[in-house]
Design a protein around this ligand. Structure first.
Ligand SMILES: NC(=O)C1=CN([C@@H]2O[C@H](COP(=O)(O)OP(=O)(O)OC[C@H]3O[C@@H](n4cnc5c(N)ncnc54)[C@H](O)[C@@H]3O)[C@@H](O)[C@H]2O)C=CC1
Ligand SMILES: O=C(O)C(=O)COP(=O)(O)O
Length: 530
């Protein structure tokens, strides 16, 4: 019996998610695990589950010799070294939709709390005071809110704030105008334009090289006096030093922060300002969000461990739930076409040209190319290559990969994947399609037109097209007790070099292979395992 996979859960996830994991795996729960311990024990695990801590560094991933998946129970993956994970073939999966409502509501809660001095007033009353005159607030009604990043959370915040009758503007150069229209948001062309017009600025981008410090001193210098800022995305998107300066200068009336450049934020200079309202990264901390992120992630992690493709994989092209089902046979076909190459040919590959013909050309073909590359490299690299690192390995081996799509049918097939391999000035071509029942078929091997269903044991035999060649070959297999399941012969020109492809029921040992190669009219026998 196969050993159960081992999963390390490094932070709190809901009990229901833990139960789901325990049904299929051995689970160790080490909530709040620290870096040194994580580095020490990670080699024992197939999967690691984290939230925004701990850091999943290069060291952690490289030491995780068995690691197949890092699951982020939440959205931001800035605590995970994605590059190393990709190189090592470790799938990184998250649950970005599952906590957006909570993070969006937290943003609005913080906005209102800081505009109305709620935490400060609350504290005064708790301490026996009253202080009504000290806590003059400011309405949201009629104000302009500037949203930086109109993604999941930014758009959620936008639609809610419209109910407050605010003017909502947004800056997000990476999304089409249609998305702004859908949410009734005015698009501004530049960040500085947004800053100039906003009474409140709220940031909702991921933390990237481009977004770190994007609201900095330059922006505070051109902002409306009395501007308020909210950061419920990632610490450092609003530069903390520049914010402290703008608070000192009285440019910023209030700031509300859920996230910090270093967490916990003990000793952060911003804490000394009375008009800075803070929470300890609570955006996703609601019963509902934690239930969703935990159970969704448990499902995804288990599926990856079973070898399935899941939505929300951060380091391979993303597929939606139903797309995965449509894609599965195509991925299988592409992988077969890839696997064929090094088993049939001995020429190093310099360039691969994949062409997707027919209906398939309308699909997101990136992942099909990955499946092909995985198939191509697996005969030479074994299990270490997967969908996640296939491109990286291909690039490292100097293989240039080009993709082309053509919606017209080719050779009468509704879908066809054609692959041309180039190297040493020669060219090899394979093509495959899906049959009516969606089973993969190989339909071209160089100049030979064939119709072959890939199977675990196959023989590709080059021979002369003349009587008395195929019969003895089949007899020799029979003598070696190898059953032929299917057999097909293809030729270009009568009487010349031809190809016979056989699906057989068991492996052929070396001695039998040597005998087969000696038979009259046989010029080459290659074993292919799919
Ligand atoms: N405080 C908390 O507990 C939580 C925080 N988050 C954080 O919230 C942030 C937003 O999350 P989602 O809305 O789910 O992300 P998303 O990926 O759906 O949206 C991000 C948007 O930012 C835009 N963007 C990227 N670079 C930009 C730039 N330089 N300028 C302007 N726009 C840019 C993108 O085009 C995209 O539309 C992330 O940083 C995430 O980690 C998410 C959940 C909980
Ligand atoms: O999902 C996110 O991006 C968050 O920031 C939430 O972080 P957490 O899971 O609460 O540590």
């Amino acid at each position: 019996m196969k050993d159960k996979p081992k999963i390390l859960v490094g932070d709190k996830i809901v009990d229901e998610a833990l139960e789901m994991l325990r049904a299929e795996a051995d689970v160790d729960l080490k909530r709040g695990i620290k870096q040194p311990e994580l580095e020490e024990i990670i080699e024992n695990y197939d999967a690691l589950i984290v939230r925004s801590v701990p850091l999943v560094t290069e060291e952690v991933i490289k030491r995780g010799k068995k690691l197949k998946v890092v699951g982020r129970a939440g959205n931001g993956v800035d605590n995970i070294d994605l590059e190393t994970a990709t190189q090592q073939g470790v799938v990184v999966v998250n649950t970005p939709d599952s906590n957006s409502f909570s993070a969006g509501e937290q943003t609005i809660a913080l906005m209102l709390a800081s505009a109305r001095n709620l935490p400060q007033a609350h504290q005064t009353v708790k301490e026996g005071g009253w202080g009504r005159s000290r806590y003059m607030g400011s309405e949201l009604y009629g104000k302009t809110v500037g949203i930086v990043g109109l993604g999941r959370i930014g758009s959620f915040v936008a639609t809610r704030l419209k109910a407050f009758q605010m003017r909502v503007i947004a800056y997000d150069p990476y999304i089409p105008l249609e998305r702004f229209k859908r949410f009734g948001v005015e698009r501004v062309e530049t960040l500085n334009e947004l800053v100039r017009q906003s009474d409140i600025i709220t940031v909702h981008t991921p933390k990237t090289e481009e977004t770190i410090g994007m609201i900095g001193k330059e922006q505070f210098q051109i902002a409306k006096p009395g501007v308020r800022v909210v950061n419920c995305a990632r610490g450092g998107i609003i530069d903390e030093g520049a914010l402290a300066w703008a608070l000192e200068e009285g440019i910023v009336a209030s700031a509300a922060l859920d996230v910090f450049s270093k967490e916990p934020c003990t000793g952060n200079p911003l804490l000394k300002f009375d008009n800075v309202v803070v929470t300890p990264h609570l955006g996703a901390t609601t019963f509902e969000a934690q239930h969703r992120v935990g159970t969704d992630l448990a499902r995804y992690v288990l599926a990856v461990l079973r070898g399935e493709i899941v939505p929300n994989t951060v380091n391979i092209p993303c597929l939606l739930g139903e797309e995965i089902d449509t894609m599965r046979p195509l991925l299988e076909l592409a992988e077969y076409l890839g696997k064929l190459y090094y088993q049939l040919e001995r020429m190093p590959v310099e360039k691969v040209e994949l062409c997707y013909y027919g209906e398939i050309a309308q699909q997101e073909t990136g992942i099909i190319t990955l499946a092909f590359l995985k198939g191509l490299l697996s005969p030479v690299m074994g299990d270490q290559v997967n969908l996640v690192n296939a491109t990286w390995f291909a690039e490292n081996r100097g293989i240039k990969v080009c993709e082309r799509r053509d919606e017209s049918k080719r050779s009468g097939h509704v879908n066809l994947i054609s692959v041309i391999f180039r190297g040493n000035g020669t060219k090899v071509e394979f093509a495959g399609t899906l049959a009516g029942d969606q089973t993969p078929r190989i339909v071209r091997v160089n100049q030979y037109r064939v119709d072959v269903t890939p199977s675990p044991y196959m023989l590709f035999v080059e021979h002369i097209d003349r009587p008395g060649v195929i019969g003895p070959f089949a007899s020799a297999l029979g003598k070696a007790n190898i059953n032929i399941a299917m057999m097909q012969a293809a030729r270009k020109v009568k009487g010349e070099e031809s190809m016979m492809i056989l699906n057989i029921d068991s492996a052929v040992d070396e001695a039998t292979l040597a005998d087969l190669r000696k038979l009259g009219g046989i010029s080459n026998v290659r074993v292919v395992n799919m």
